[in-house]
Design a protein around this ligand. Structure first.
Ligand code: ADP
Ligand code: MG
Length: 231
């Protein structure tokens, strides 16, 4: 990510962000609410209305800054939303199989088990308002696992997930990063950012600090001043 600037509604949301994320690592994006983390995720994924105003995004040597979202999906970049979507009439099974290049029901069931959902109970459930936010979040994470992406952008994967299941979600993220698979892990919680090897701290659209996740977490917890609007 080179000099990425994103402006929306007359405001600058991201300011000249430079990041190099290596293949095969878990890379943390840490920062308080409103820092610009989700906007950065949408820009990398290529969501509508999140085209950068300046700068470039390069994926495996290819510039993708202006590619539409579906072209990026074909490059096996995927995003788990902070607020997972609802799909009227679509079952968890349909949803899981849809993302898999080779449809495999056994693997879909295994993916559900990874996020602690019993396949027998959940495969036929509709991915709509009858599921809790946490259950939808888990089904979305399972779908990403089954999809075997090259780059998985996980936007606050722990939100809505029971604190007791957190260890399992952490294990899940580690497993997602197989050989040469890359995970961008977005969070506002230091204990989640610690799973990453390297991380960046973003505040009010600025890159505040980059480095090992230990250093970035230490800075966030002990040395990061509140952003001006909170002072
Ligand atoms: P985070 O994920 O770190 O909490 P966001 O990326 O969601 O932060 O938001 C960063 C800031 O950008 C917020 O102040 C938010 O209101 C603003 N923002 C995000 N998207 C838009 C948009 N499409 N139009 C106007 N403002 C936006
Ligand atoms: Mg966010």
């Amino acid at each position: 990510i080179q000099d990425l600037t994103l402006k929306r509604g007359g405001r600058t949301i991201l300011r000249k962000i430079n990041l190099t994320i290596r293949a095969g690592e878990i890379y943390g994006i840490l920062g308080p609410n409103g820092a610009g983390k989700s906007s950065l995720a949408y820009a990398i994924m290529g969501c509508n209305d999140y085209q950068p105003d300046e700068g470039k995004i390069i994926f495996k040597g290819q510039e993708i800054t202006n590619l539409p979202i579906w072209r990026r999906a074909k490059l096996k970049i995927t995003l788990a939303w902070q607020e997972p979507a609802r799909f009227e009439g679509v079952t968890a099974e349909d949803y899981l199989l849809l993302g898999m290049e080779e449809k495999n029901r056994v693997e879909a069931e295994e993916a559900l088990q990874k996020v602690l959902l019993e396949p027998k109970e959940y495969l036929k459930r509709k991915v709509d308002k009858t599921l809790s936010g946490g259950e939808r979040k888990r089904i979305e994470l399972a779908a990403i696992f089954a999809m075997r992406p090259q780059l998985a952008i996980l936007d606050e994967p722990d939100s809505g997930i029971d604190i007791l299941a957190l260890d399992r979600i952490i294990g899940f993220i580690r497993e997602l990063r197989e050989k040469e698979k890359t995970v961008i892990l977005i969070t506002h919680r230091a204990e989640i950012a610690r799973i990453a090897e390297r991380a960046v701290l973003i505040g009010e659209g600025y890159l505040v600090k980059e480095g090992s996740s230990q250093d970035v977490v230490e800075y966030y917890e002990n040395r990061c001043l509140p952003c001006p609007k909170f002072r």
